[in-house]
Design a protein around this ligand. Structure first.
Ligand SMILES: Cc1ncc(COP(=O)(O)O)c(C=O)c1O
Length: 385
């Protein structure tokens, strides 16, 4: 049996969500844009899901644009906003997910002016740098994630929003990792654009949303039948959208309980890691998501520790799922000023609702067993006994 500790990569589908999706695959087959009764039924369930997703972040229903996931939401935000303000500058956090980073770099190759906001050793944004940089008055859009997928670091988005709006720019925040694990209030955040993804909160894969505020005027990137207020052409994936809505509704109802469970397990994990010689936790001084810890263990690179843990039945990640397998140190840790050799050792544990205290103890015991420092110690104890 595998103990799954990779919930930031994806979460299992909640059986209650599946139950709500299954009838939609059968009966609700009509095109949600069709005018006949079966089409109107499909439209009704899509609009119900839109209200549920909007409620997850406290935004008006009509601001939710369904997409194929977090990646498309990020691409629509960046490309759509920058196309509406040509010639101006795009600022992104240095530790953004590849869905923002790679998109911004591709736009840079096409002529968009791009700069990265530096972070400190614990992954916190340099807000003084941002404030100074905004004074030039040439920035169109700032993109800063709410919570980092690798380290779990949470950014102070309301503060960033004040700075960005004072300079007349728009703010996009990738809330893909925060949603379902951290309270999100659209009016408190003060952002103009917010990305969400269903499969990070026990919903189906391949569906997400961009929440678009009144201030932001986007140029569409997917041309077609004018669906999603003209911002995202393409026939809606009704069962997936219904699943996303159901997952959002459950996340609202259970947020407090989920946070308490995850925080308890994460504290247990961190306390255990701190007892293991040779473990260094990253971003340890920053405010982090309640389920995420990233660390390294002396004597191991991340990939070999991941494989050793996998052999022992523990599924972890060596960074973001997209970066792992490349053998390169994580850009997040490099941006934090962690030397490449140490960054290569990174392991991410992201806990979920299926995990128990026993799972965490089993992972810690496995790390103790694999650790060259403790196994030397154990050998010398047994020799002297
Ligand atoms: C912070 C962040 N943004 C965006 C994405 C991409 O979301 P999706 O897999 O739905 O395209 C992910 C997924 O790992 C993520 O962690």
């Amino acid at each position: 049996m595998t103990l799954y500790f990779d919930h930031n990569a994806t979460t299992p589908l909640d059986p209650r969500v599946l139950e709500r999706m299954l009838p939609v695959f059968g009966a609700t087959y009509a095109n949600a844009s069709s005018l006949h009764r079966t089409g109107r039924n499909a439209r009704d369930v899509v609009e119900r899901a839109r209200a549920q997703v909007a409620a997850l972040v406290g935004a008006p229903s009509q601001s939710v644009v369904f997409t194929s996931g977090g990646t498309e939401a990020d691409n629509l935000a960046l490309r759509g906003a920058m196309a509406a303000q040509p010639g101006r500058t795009l600022l992104i956090g240095a530790t953004e997910h590849p869905a923002v980073l790679e998109c911004a770099e591709a736009m840079e190759r096409d002529g968009v002016k791009l700069e990265r906001i530096p972070v400190d050793r614990d992954g916190r944004l340099d807000l003084a740098w941002l404030e100074r940089r905004l004074q030039a008055g040439d920035v169109a859009l700032v993109s800063v994630m709410l919570a980092n997928n690798e380290t779990g670091v949470i950014n102070d988005i309301p503060l960033v929003a004040d700075l960005v709006h004072a300079a007349g720019a728009w703010l996009h925040s990738d809330a893909v990792q925060a949603a379902g694990k951290h309270p999100i209030d659209w009016s408190d955040l003060g952002v103009d654009l917010l990305s969400l993804s269903s499969h990070k909160l026990y919903g189906p894969k391949g569906v997400g949303a961009l929440v678009v505020g009144e201030r932001a005027v986007l140029h569409r990137q997917m041309h077609g039948g004018g669906q999603e207020s003209g911002l995202r052409g393409g026939t809606e994936n009704v069962p997936a959208i219904v699943g996303f809505g159901a997952a959002a509704e459950l996340a609202i109802e259970e947020l407090a309980a989920r946070r308490a469970h995850l925080q308890t397990l994460r504290d247990l994990l961190d306390a255990g890691l701190d007892q293991i010689p040779g473990v260094e936790r990253f971003a340890a001084a920053a405010t982090r998501l309640c389920n995420t810890t990233q660390f390294r263990l002396d004597g191991f690179d991340g990939e070999s520790l991941l494989m050793a843990l996998d052999q022992a039945g523990c599924a972890v990640s060596s960074g973001s799922a997209c970066a792992s397998g490349k053998g390169e140190p994580s850009h997040v840790l490099l941006a934090m000023g962690i030397p490449a050799e140490q960054a290569k050792g990174a392991i991410r544990v992201s806990l979920g609702m299926g995990n128990t205290a026993e799972d965490v103890q089993a992972l810690l015991a496995e790390l103790q067993r694999l650790n060259p420092a403790t196994s030397r110690l154990m050998r010398s104890v047994s020799l002297s006994a």
